[in-house]
Design a protein around this ligand. Structure first.
Ligand SMILES: NC(=O)c1ccc[n+]([C@@H]2O[C@H](COP(=O)([O-])OP(=O)(O)OC[C@H]3O[C@@H](n4cnc5c(N)ncnc54)[C@H](OP(=O)(O)O)[C@@H]3O)[C@@H](O)[C@H]2O)c1
Length: 314
């Protein structure tokens, strides 16, 4: 089968011809129609979990995908051949990914039935960023009309968080360094801020002199992360998807710390499907790239210059 893979950590990904996997006990084989591109994919390929989980080489990129179940292994109960599915196929050993024609994963993974009207390319874009957005909002627990500032709002997690937060009646303040004003307003953002502007902090303070109720930072660590903390009111919450929101740093400042570490589940996927089916969640699919174009899509993801979601069509 065709797959995008590397032979060792840090290699440039390339199109390879690799054996089609077979499902073992409790596993499903999915014929993929599309794979979602996430920063997690290249972080894993750089060795993020080296020494923490077993890996296989050639290492096939990708964790998110959508397609149809082609075969089930012994003991599989929940899923059946021909089911249209989407979800996260990440499991040990790392490197059996979704940038490929086929993927095998335990049916206990976060793999759900694809709702009616959701195509493979849309479904592949949803799992990681959609579940992360839901998880972040659940943990922030904001009430209607409370304010949430999102840094890095133009990317995958940001564009789903803007929508899901707006659906909950939260006042959604989208900050992006890209030309994403119209894009984010269309997704439901109440306000847009250019986070690359020198005046950014002052721009936010004009509307929120006492600080916003919460901030979700999808980008910054260290001193850069600390730089934006004064934008949050005393007693407010700060969430990070890159491990920056430690209690050690935030508790002394009177802020609630939330480090997101996504635990994928079919329950989260089903909640996203419901939002999609009720017409309240748009899949912000900005780029569809054929599998062979994955190396360029990965390079763009590393640069952080994309908007919404990119998927690979297989
Ligand atoms: N901990 C977890 O469980 C978890 C789960 C999901 C994702 N994540 C992590 O969360 C981060 C965001 O994920 P994503 O899927 O939204 O990624 P993405 O689609 O690549 O979007 C990231 C966005 O961050 C902004 N950005 C990127 N690099 C930047 C830089 N150097 N300076 C300023 N802004 C920059 C850009 O937004 P603007 O153009 O709008 O500024 C970009 O679109 C990634 O690091 C990802 O690995 C963690």
């Amino acid at each position: 089968m065709r797959a995008i893979a590397i032979r060792k950590f840090g290699d440039t990904p390339e199109l390879m011809d690799l054996p089609k996997p077979t499902p073992g006990e409790g596993e499903v084989l999915v014929h993929l129609g599309a794979a979602g591109v996430n920063p997690f994919d290249w972080k894993l390929a750089d060795g993020l979990l080296d020494g923490k989980m077993p890996h296989v080489f050639p290492f096939i990129y990708g964790v998110d995908g959508a397609g149809a179940v082609e075969e089930v292994g012994p003991g599989v109960k929940r899923l059946a051949v021909k089911d249209g599915v989407f979800g996260q196929f990440f499991h040990a050993p790392v490197g059996t990914g979704t940038y490929a024609e086929y993927v095998v994963a335990p049916e206990s993974n976060a793999i759900a039935l694809r709702p009616r009207g959701m195509y493979n390319d849309q479904a592949a874009a949803l799992p990681m960023p959609g579940m992360t957005a839901l998880d972040a909002l659940d943990r922030l627990g904001l009430e209607k009309r409370q304010s949430l500032l999102i840094l890095g709002a133009g990317g995958g997690v940001g564009s789903f968080t803007v929508q899901l937060a707006s659906n909950r009646g939260i006042t959604t303040l989208a900050a992006s360094r890209g030309p994403n004003r119209d894009f984010l307003h269309k997704l439901g953002a109440s306000r847009f801020y250019d986070s690359s502007a020198r005046s950014f902090l002052d721009d936010v303070r004009v509307g929120y002199p006492n600080g916003v109720d919460a901030m979700l930072d999808l980008v910054h660590r260290g001193p850069e992360f600390e730089h934006y903390l004064p934008l949050v009111r005393a007693g407010g919450a700060v969430a990070s998807t890159v491990g920056a929101a430690t209690e050690e740093l935030l508790t002394p400042k009177g802020l609630r710390a939330i480090n997101i570490n996504l635990q994928p589940s079919t329950e989260l996927l089903d909640r996203l499907s419901k939002e999609f089916s009720s017409g309240k969640l748009r899949i912000p699919l900005e780029e569809k790239v054929p599998l062979a174009g994955a190396p360029e899509a990965i390079a763009k993801s590393r640069a952080g210059t994309g908007r919404g979601k990119t998927v690979l069509t297989i």
